[in-house]
Ligand binder design. Structure first.
Ligand code: LLP
Length: 419
């Protein structure tokens, strides 16, 4: 889906220069065909599972509509994500409202919209029960269980370690279910865990699955009827060109184990997964223009996108492949460090990369930026957010307009005495 023609990077059949000449830079450009291929890979690998797209990875409505049209559910982590998921048309019976700190208002919204909850604490369980009783509803819940499994990923995105803030320690989970069985308004219907993100080794998933299934066996004896076992998201993608497991490898690793363990149960729960990155990550490229090239301690290339638009390198030391989008056929001859325009030394997008000779005005492509890219952007340093574009074949559409200066003060108010 990302190729080149006469030295210009193309997304499907569209040269990025065509988009840039109309929309400007920076701009995130997404390939619809790549997105559909990723969706298909999950569908084929897990024909019987419930796939809940993790909205946090990329909540652009156009992209979410493409995903929801394939019958996916959604993992939402806030009232805002719930609002967006409903707007995008995700199946309500497969929307799971996650979150470790839900306000009563958020809980009421979840109950009103009829979605299921992943409950993170006993306090939250009691709140949901009270609110459900008050509104005369019954809410299906799962507990987010902390399985204490090391996903061998960046510490900031490991979520199922004992010390992580998420979930109920696995040793206390059975008691939580017993309490839920006693409370009105809540029906324990599932069990949920999520061990982390950008996971490249499959054994931690199998490990977590087994820990969760041990609890499933235990709580069934107490009278819980399980409709779903949700293993969360986390499958990594190939940022560095060193390979990554595919959804089909993932299925091969966990499905036999899931079937084996399910046979121990009386109920027949469906396996649920919550992929985010592996659905949208490799669909998108961020195109940014070179404002200056200078030689100092390093050979710096200063571009017009920084951690305001792509925070992953600064926040997790994440690696993203880069290329000179208008010199795709030129030989790599210089080592450059690509930096953004933000007033912080941490604003480095890529370190020490061998690229063709870069000059002012060139376009730098930063690949695999569809997940946790635009969604984590900010207006820091007074920079309006950039545009997003969707490409399909020869055609393309702006799916988010570039913000204006007016957007920098949207919602701000000046007290009368300052006017
Ligand atoms: N389910 C839950 C409960 C989650 O917390 C997450 C991600 C997912 C599913 C989706 O995980 P995925 O399939 O995308 O790995 N900003 C970080 C990643 C944070 C992930 C947070 N939770 C990054 O840019 O690497």
């Amino acid at each position: 889906m990302f190729s080149q023609k006469e030295g210009i990077l193309t997304v499907e059949n569209v040269p990025v220069t065509e988009i840039v000449s109309e929309v400007g830079t920076p701009v995130y450009i997404t390939s619809k065909a790549q997105l559909e291929s990723n969706i298909r890979a999950y569908r084929e690998a897990f024909p019987n599972a419930g796939i809940l797209y993790a909205v946090k990875a990329n909540n652009n409505i156009a992209l979410m509509k493409i995903i929801s049209a394939q019958g996916f559910g959604a993992d939402v982590f806030s009232d805002g994500e719930l609002y967006l998921a409903l707007l995008a048309g995700f199946r309500r019976d497969k929307i799971l409202y996650n979150g470790n700190s839900k306000s009563i208002r958020e809980i009421e919204m979840g109950i009103e919209t009829g979605v299921k909850f992943s409950v993170d604490s006993i306090d939250e369980l009691r709140l949901i029960s009270e609110a459900a009783v008050e509104s005369g509803e019954e809410v299906e819940i799962a507990f987010r269980v902390n399985p204490d499994v090391d996903p061998k990923t960046h510490p900031k995105i490991a979520t199922g370690l004992r010390e992580s803030k998420f979930g109920i320690p696995h040793g206390l989970a059975a008691d939580a279910y017993k309490l839920a069985l006693k409370l009105d308004g809540v029906v324990p219907a599932g069990i949920h865990c999520h061990i982390g993100s950008q996971i490249l080794s499959l054994s931690p998933f199998v490990h977590a699955l087994n820990k969760v299934m041990d609890i499933a066996v235990e709580i069934e004896k107490e009278g819980v009827e399980l409709e779903f076992v949700d293993l969360g998201g986390g499958l990594g993608i190939d940022y560095e060109g060193k390979g990554a497991p595919t959804p089909s490898d993932f299925a091969e690793a966990i499905l036999p184990e899931f079937e084996k363990r399910r046979a121990e149960l009386k109920s027949d729960p469906q396996l649920w997964l919550e992929p985010g990155r592996s659905i949208v990550g490799n669909t998108t490229v961020l195109i940014t223009r070179v404002n200056a090239v200078k030689k100092g301690f390093k050979h710096f290339v200063a571009v017009d996108a920084g951690f305001n638009l792509l925070i992953r390198p600064a926040m997790y030391n994440a690696f993203h492949r880069v290329a000179v989008a208008n010199k795709m056929e030129n030989r790599a001859e210089e080592t450059y460090t690509i930096v953004g325009p933000i007033c912080e030394s941490g604003d480095v997008l890529a370190r020490d990369r061998k690229l063709p000779k870069v000059e002012m005005g060139d376009l730098i492509a930063i690949f695999d930026t569809g997940a946790y890219g635009f969604v984590m952007s900010s207006q820091y340093n007074g920079r309006p957010r950039c545009a997003e574009v969707l490409v399909s074949g020869d055609r393309w559409w702006v799916i988010r307009e570039r913000e204006s200066y007016g957007d920098l003060i949207a919602k701000q108010k000046i007290p009368e005495w300052l006017l």
